[in-house]
Design a binder for this molecule. Sequence first.
Ligand code: XMP
Length: 513
Amino acid sequence: MTHQTILVLDFGSQYTQLIARRLRELAVYSEVVPWHEPAGQILARAPAGIILSGGPRSVRDAGAPRCGRAVLEAGVPVLGICYGMQVMTDLLGGQVEAAPHREYGPATVRVAEPRGAVFDGLPASMEVWASHGDLVASAPPGFRVAATSANAPVAAMEDAGRRLYGLLFHPEVAHSPHGAEMLRRFAYVICGCRGDWNIGAYVDEAVAGIRAQVGGGRVICGLSGGVDSTVAALLMHRAVGGRLTCVFVDNGVLRLDEAAQVKRRLAEKYALPVVAVDAAERFLAALAGVTDPEQKRKIIGRVFIEVFDEEAVRLGGFDFLGQGTLYPDVIESVSVIGPSAPIKSHHNVGGLPETMRLTLVEPLRQLFKDEVRALGRAIGLDEEFVARQPFPGPGLAVRVIGEVTRERLDLLRRADAVVVDEMKRQGWYGRLWQSFAVLLPVRSVGVMGDERTYEATIAVRAVESRDGMTADWARLPHDLLATLSARLVNEVPGVNRVVYDVSSKPPSTIEWE
Ligand code: XMP
């Protein structure tokens, strides 16, 4: 590794990856590692600094996750955030107690004088985002209190001599307006980072990482045609060349012309070795009569594994499975240690290795969607491809609400094509995280050319988001909505009503199922 790295020890907070992402935005390479990684292994990577993340547990509980003391004693700068600060406090002889009032949401911290290295140059009083049930009642010996808040006697602490720092609030979230500056100061002033990283460097890093992992083995990878699997496949191709085989499964729930496009674009233009399998019949047969969203997801996941498995056996001799799994896929599908409940089963995470005994290669696992897009650009993927909006693994099956039939899919495909086309024509497609049509299981009465109609309803969903983890419905111009509505009813036979979805995530999700 040629560039400086700050390692983030993950204690299970929803925000852990955001810490790493903020640092990468600051041109400092950062990676997340599980809290139980042995101290020796962590230190062997010679990190420029270490951050202990937040987490859902209480250090006062038996069996609460802790890092080795050696992490704090190696002379490497360490910043504990929220639970991470409590771990640091507990390990070094300070006092962690239950807070009389759980502090959740905005809080104001007052910085103590003299300003420590983290707060230097920042206002004396600042808004921050807090989320903790425990607090630090007294800092460990050797530390001084660097900031306080109404509900926390020690909102920040530091031992500059040992280069140990703690923040009880979350500097990584946007609700802490000066938080990025605190992280910048930790990285540049305390850890001595020079800002020697950019996404282009990640290409070499990822390629080298894949080579080291795969050695002389063979890799099979599923290609969906989306940005994630395409970027992952291109990286793997660069790393292992002809020892990569990509499998594209047409599951019958893709968008209009998608299968043809994927085959043409990826196989021909980027010279990826692609094997295409038409399994539409098989998926649709398995989905017949099913209306429950989780059932649909599980069926598609299962059939995908079967088809993929058969293909792997037929082609033979693979050792690794390459996947374009992103960080948000991981956090919404599994829970590291905490109570964060799985929300939807994302079929592209987990499952495959058990049946196939292949080792996973996931070069994008640390990244967020917009970082993957930047990576795509860095390896020369066309802008048209890079700018594609996300499309869920279970495809149109989770947008046909109710039973998934060929007829209903065909209807939705046409509606979807209209929405995509109009969004592009009016310059909105690239500005939105996603914009798509959903077919509701609701028919309603209309009148067309003096005739009574009793037909289907299309819901239009358009959202803005940075990473898909939260989202807000897009304030589309009324004229655009009017055009969409008219086009959907005129161009898609079987539709006589259009509604616009005005729900945010949370409390809704982006996809309806
Ligand atoms: P939700 O509906 O959970 O979606 O708010 C968040 C983002 O994830 C996409 N999504 C999926 N992506 N496999 C995927 O690769 C899936 O099973 C899946 N389900 C949802 C969704 O389109 C949105 O961008």
